[in-house]
Structures are given as C-alpha cells and as structure tokens.
Design a protein around this ligand. Structure first.
Ligand code: NAP
Length: 488
C-alpha cells in the first residue's frame, strides 16, 4: 500500500509502516505507510495549489470524473468486496451492499452538476443588488471510520470534489485498504494532480497536526464522539468548518399494536448488521409491556438461528480488533453487575482452526436493563442488545430520548396517532417507522446532541461543502452616504 501525494504514489517520508491484522484470524493482512507530519504537510500544500484550477473547470467536468470513477468501481467491484471481507470481516452480502452504497452515493452527488446555484436578491434602496455566491470552501480534510470504510470515503469524496473543493483523505488505521482502492479509481478516472491526496497513519500521531493546519478550511469526519470533540478543539485554532458524524445509541420501540414478526426481523437487522458495529445500530429495546413476552420469544428464536464465525459462511463476522472484543466483554460484565439478566450469548463462540484467533462475539441479549445503566447509556458498538418493557407512550419516548446520542431511532406500530406523536416527540436525526435503515443518499444523515453537527446526504448535505458569500452592488450612479451630520 502507498500514499498518494501531489499526483504520486509514495511511501512515508520516514519509511515507517503500520500493520493491519485480519479480524477473522488475527494474522497479518498487510502493511501500510505511517505518514509523517511532513507527508501531511505536503498533501495539504498540494491540495491548496490544485484548488484554483479544479474550481475553475466547472461542475460538469468534475461530475464526469466522478461518474467515470463510479463506473470503474462498478466494473471492478468484486475486488473491493473482497477487501471489505478481509480487512473489516464483513460477510459477503453486506460487503456487496456497501459497494452498492459507494456507487450510488458517487452517482447521486455527481447528479448535482450545474445545480448548486446562488441568488441575486434586491438590495436596500434603488438600483442595488446583492449577489450571493456559493463557492467551495477550499482544502477539505476527510477523516473516515473503519465500520463502513468504503461507503464513508465515497460519502465524503463525492460531494467535496463535485463542489470544487480539493481533498486530503486520511482513513481509519483499521481499514486503509478499501480507501486506497477507491482513491486509485478516482485517479484513473482523471482527478487532476493535487486535487485528491491520500495519507495513512495513526490519528493519534498526525491527527492534531492535520486538524489544526491553517490551510484546512473544512473538516469532515465520521467517527467516535471523543475524537470529534478533540477535532473540534483543534479546529478552533483556525475556525475550520466542521461536519461531524459521531456516535449513536438507537432506541428500537415496539408498540402494543405492532406486527411483532416484522418488528423482530427488523431488529435482527438493526442489531446484528455489520456485527452491531454501526452508528445506527439499535442498542436499546423498549417494548410495550402487553406484548413484551411474546415479542421477546419471537426475537430470541430468530437470534438463536444467527450463525457467528467465518464471514464466508455466517451471519455475523468478527469485531474489528482485539480492543473491540474486550470492550463488548466488559459491557456484558458491567451490565450483569448493574442487575441486567443475560438471556442469550455473552461470550466468545467456540470456533476451530485459525478462527480461534479471530475477534468473534456471540449475538447477545440482556433483559432487566436499567435506563441509567451503562448498557443503555454508552455506545457498545457490538452485537449486544438490552431490553426493557414500557407501560405508556410518554415513558417510551422520554426514555428513548434520554441519551447523549441522537442519530437513529426505530418504531414499530400500525397506529397513525402513535406514529405521528412519536415523529413529533423523538429527538433523533432519523426515525425509521416500520422499516430498517440504512439511510439513503437523498436523506440528510444528521444527529442531535453528542452525535455531532451538520450532516451528509441530500441537497442539504452537499451544501455543507459550499460557502455562501455576498457581493453588494449599487448601480444607480448616485451617492447615498448617510450616518454623518455633515453632508459630504
Ligand atoms: P474514531 O476512532 O473516532 O476514528 C475516526 C477517524 O478519526 C479515523 O480515521 C481515526 O484515525 C481518526 N482520528 C483518530 N484520532 C484523531 C485525531 N486526534 N485527530 C484527527 N483524526 C483522528 O472512530 P472509529 O472507531 O473509526 O469509528 C467508530 C465510530 O464511528 C463509532 O462511534 C460510530 O458510531 C461512529 N460512526 C458514526 C457514523 C455517523 O454517520 N454518525 C457513521 C459510522 C460510524 P485512526 O484510525 O488512525 O485512529
């Protein structure tokens, strides 16, 4: 693997590398460059130098390059799916869904060519106008997570580039392989030198340097809330614009009139998709007490059928690394210490051969979870779900909203009043009613509270990448100065 700086594929200037392990067996998968601050600085300078030309070529040409990249990804997609399976541990069907998402997002954003328009509005007084221009911010720093390592790269590169910004991309150190593969497609599609730079290396080592750099105008980051907070602090040095898509803790609400089978099936998706490592994963289950027992029975029957192990033959693959595995183990322990009851799973599965060294964890269900316990308050990011019966609607909404995170939420009901009241009362960026995610390219993916700020997707998401500025003009030829006693 290499970095891509100023139009060249290069090693780190210090020659240092980092090692990536395969989460399914703990073996070394590949090595990748540990970029130095000097590399980061060259990448940012190169992006700045490329700005004027890229801005000037117009969105029609930029869109054509994005579409070509999407076509290349589409025709060679199997390679990307294989990388997602090996470096992230995704099961093939989910790797394929992610690649669908990559292609869809690039094509979706490419469709905004010639559609980002400003305004001309009347000024104050005769023969005056205000021209409102929408322009690229400049150099965009894109920081991506490991859980959807390809889709998150596409969701940042496509809108940033279409709108005429230039980019420095630093992917997660857990999954740089898929990001490099995508960057290579953009390069082949004709992205000019300097417009897209790619560096790999630990956020803890080069992150502060990147986020506090005076030439970075916008930082778009998807990741954990703690990293988001650090970025916000560092970005304040230059007042860089921030798009921060951070943690989640989705409530899954089942009302007494719900179709329980559909709800249980949806919960299987909302909980175990990507082994529970998803920002929109449900981590809290609120079920109306009248249907609690029945729902849990159906859900547990489905959970028992879930197979965990080799991604090529299972429903649930490994967690991303050894740290993630010990985190979920701790959640089970702390949950039990706080009075929750383990009703299914709760440990590493017994596997054979190389898989014994993989980072696998059983699908896990806990009951009697207290609202204020860590199981219901902190992001777990693994295949654990806690459940709690609720007796009335206000209690359900109040407890669902009682979270520092505010990204996704789910509701199963067939009653329109319940749905409309929930839509009014819920304080989350997304409410899925009688359906699962994931979010669509044309939806605005955003969150309340510690989930971050701004958002991605839709015309609102693309407009995060343009700055609105004003030109005031008077074409009357008259002098209209006021505010002084003396007439000039
Ligand atoms: P993370 O540890 O916060 O890392 C995210 C990115 O930030 C990585 O590229 C990381 O690089 C980099 N980084 C780390 N420290 C940095 C620093 N000081 N300065 C600049 N960059 C730094 O998150 P993750 O573990 O990869 O991803 C999981 C999290 O993402 C979960 O909390 C999940 O909820 C959230 N997520 C949110 C959404 C959403 O749309 N809201 C979507 C997906 C995931 P290194 O890998 O080198 O440390």
């Amino acid at each position: 693997m290499k970095n891509y700086i100023d139009g060249k594929w290069v090693e780190s200037s210090t020659g240092s590398t980092l090692t990536k392990l395969n989460p399914s067996n703990g073996k070394v998968l590949y090595k990748f460059p540990a970029a130095s601050k000097e590399d980061a600085s060259r990448a940012i300078d190169s992006a700045e130098d490329a700005l004027e030309n890229w801005k000037g070529i117009g969105s029609r040409e930029r869109s054509a390059i994005l579409l070509k990249a999407a076509d290349l990804i589409s025709s060679e997609r199997k390679e990307l799916e294989d990388i997602l399976i090996s470096e992230n541990g995704k099961i093939p069907v989910q790797a394929s869904e992610e690649v669908d998402g990559v292609i869809d997002q690039i094509r979706y954003y490419a469709g905004f060519e010639r559609k980002i328009t400003g305004d001309v509005v009347e000024g104050e007084g005769r023969l005056r106008k205000i021209f409102q221009y929408k322009e690229p911010y400049g150099v965009v720093l894109a920081l991506t997570p490991w859980n959807f390592p390809a889709a998150m790269v596409a969701r940042k590169l496509a809108p940033a580039l279409l709108t005429g910004n230039t980019v420095v991309l630093k992917p997660s150190s857990d999954t740089p392989g898929s990001a490099e593969w995508i960057v290579r497609k953009f390069v082949r599609a004709g992205v000019p030198r300097g417009v897209l730079n790619f560096i790999t290396g630990k956020g803890s080592e080069i992150g502060d340097f990147l986020t506090s750099h005076s030439k970075v105008a916008l930082i778009t980051m998807t990741g954990s809330t703690s990293t988001g907070q650090r970025i916000m602090e560092k970005a304040s040095a230059n007042m860089a614009k921030l798009v921060l898509e951070l943690g989640g803790k989705a409530p899954f609400m089942v009302w007494k009139d719900a179709d329980l089978k559909s709800a249980a099936r949806a919960l299987i998706w909302a909980k175990f998709w990507n082994a529970g490592q998803s920002c929109i994963a449900s981590e809290r289950l609120y079920i109306h007490e009248d249907v609690y027992e029945k729902f849990m029975k159906i859900f547990l029957e489905a959970v028992r059928k879930m197979k965990v192990g080799d991604p090529m033959k299972s429903d649930i693959g490994p967690l991303i690394n050894a740290d993630a595995l010990s985190t979920v183990e701790k959640f089970v322990k702390t949950g039990m210490n706080s009075g929750a009851k383990l009703v299914y799973g709760g440990k590493r599965p017994k596997l054979t051969g190389d898989l014994r060294n993989g980072f696998f964890f059983e699908p896990t269900v806990m009951e009697n979870v207290k609202q204020k316990s860590l199981l219901f308050q902190d992001e777990i990011f693994g295949p654990i779900i806690g459940a709690k019966p609720v007796s009335d609607f206000n209690e359900m909404i109040r407890e669902a909203n009682d979270s520092k995170y505010g990204l996704a939420s789910y509701l199963y009901t067939r009653d329109y009043e319940t749905f409309l009241k929930a839509a009014d009362g819920i304080r989350f960026g997304e409410l899925y009613v009688n359906m699962t995610g994931p979010e669509a390219s044309q939806g605005y993916h955003t969150g309340f509270r510690m989930t971050g700020q701004a958002g991605e997707g839709s015309r609102y998401g693309i407009e995060e990448y343009v700055k609105l500025r004003n030109v005031y003009v008077d074409y009357s030829g008259e002098v209209k100065l006021k505010s002084f006693r003396t007439s000039l």
